[in-house]
Design a protein around this ligand. Structure first.
Ligand SMILES: [Zn+2]
Length: 95
């Protein structure tokens, strides 16, 4: 189970200075999903680079983890206007 951006393979959770940074990665496309575990393309809204990474489809992941991802390519800070996607399954639902 993935609970933190640092578990995501393609996305580095710290900036060049080693500080955890706020960024604006967004899910561009879900490549596959099994229950709540998914693989998706995350697109950086700053440089447009697409990284493939794992995800976990719950509210915590969408609201807290994705907005804290740092782009591996540009390491930029996020905008403040990130709008999380809704989960595929309702919170607490057994899938
Ligand atoms: Zn970027």
């Amino acid at each position: 189970m993935i609970r933190d951006a640092s578990d995501l393979l393609a996305i580095v959770p710290v900036g060049r200075n080693g500080q955890r940074m706020e960024v604006n990665m967004r899910i561009k496309r879900i490549l596959s999903q099994y229950r709540r575990d998914f693989t998706a393309e995350y697109e950086c809204e700053h440089c447009g680079k697409v990284h493939v990474g794992q995800g976990y489809d719950d509210a915590n992941f969408h609201n807290n983890v994705i907005p804290n991802m740092v782009c591996k390519s540009c390491g930029k800070k996020a905008g403040k206007n990130y709008r999380p996607l809704a989960t595929k399954y309702p919170e607490g639902m057994e899938v």
